[in-house]
Design a protein around this ligand. Sequence first.
Ligand code: ACO
Length: 380
Amino acid sequence: MVKNTSISDIDGEKGILWYRGYRIEDLARSSTYEEVSYLILYGKLPNKKELDEFTERLKTHRDLHPSTVEVIKSLAKAHPMFAIEAAVAAEGAFDEDNLKLAEALRVGRYKAEEKELAYRVAEKLVAKMPTIVAYHYRFSRGLDVVKPRRDLSHAANFLYMMFGKEPDPLVARGIDLYLILHADHEVPASTFTAHVVASTLSDMYSAVAAAVGALKGPLHGGANEMAVRNYLEIGDPSKAKELVEAATKPGGPKLMGVGHRVYKAYDPRAKIFKEFSQDYVNKFGDPKNLYAIASAIEQEILNHPYFQQRKLYPNVDFWSGIAFYYMGIPYEYFTPIFAVSRVVGWVAHILEYWEINRIFRPRACYIGPHDLQYVPIERR
Ligand code: ACO
């Protein structure tokens, strides 16, 4: 089943990504996550008044229900993705708008009033996701939570809630950029999951909680962690050739952060984050040689016939972990930050799908036997 969408598009052969028709390079250069979120949700770039009002609404919705905070606290020792999944589901149970919308959907009512409600619920999910992730980080380290600050941007406030201090502007810019680059990507497994759950007319929080569960898997989120671990393990650019050669041998380990199901050219997001990583190490240094090692690996890949023949290029995960590592973000929070960004894509796809909703019901191709004779247990 192919779903029509006007949210994002990828030309995998040429390495182009568009959000609502705008090239990712232009958005990365000139926009912010708040503006991109508005674009993805409402299908057009906002004017100043629309953006200001939207940003204010996001700030208003950052807080969590006290019981959701307790859920996160009770999962302080669990991997953050478990806590995020549970917290999103819990918050949905306390959000009156979500419950009202779910009830309307249940009786088949989805008119102007309900659509307005659905957009409000969608905005709330975008606003709350950073708070959920940051609170889990604080609890996991036995720290008190840091309440959101209204004077900070989405990205800067997220870092403030995690680390308890206002971030350096370049660090905040890096997170903002990462959030822009991951906001939507057509229909990967997590977005598909959100569609499937929403198509049953379940509530929006439940669909997003399920999408978090899909994102948790290492085949979807998380290759940036493995890429950084590789760089740290080899420790020196001179070892790049050996690492790359090993990945070309039959049964050899795959190079993490390389290759993509859709891109058969250099991932445009990788190019953008590579540039940012360079700016980052220029300002703060590269004490573990991570940027230098990644650059050396990239050179080996680009010149190697194995990767050229298979059209394998660095993907966004090849570069994104380096800055995260130097920012002091623990590995287990790499995928949660992906969720902080992608939540806007998930909810936009849900809103788009509810316009034409039809339950997903794939058929299976049964390959077992039929009409077997039932044998009583004492005779088996
Ligand atoms: N290193 C070495 N060889 C590779 C790699 C790699 N990273 N990726 C693919 N190949 C090889 C395969 O072994 C296969 O070789 P063969 O034709 O000799 O059998 C060929 O390239 C085609 O690979 P597929 O597995 O068919 O490619 P697919 O589209 O199914 O997989 C995937 C894409 C999963 C991303 C894969 O490239 C991979 O595992 N990469 C590493 C993990 C990674 O970086 N994931 C992040 C993806 S981006 C994101 O989610 C943000």
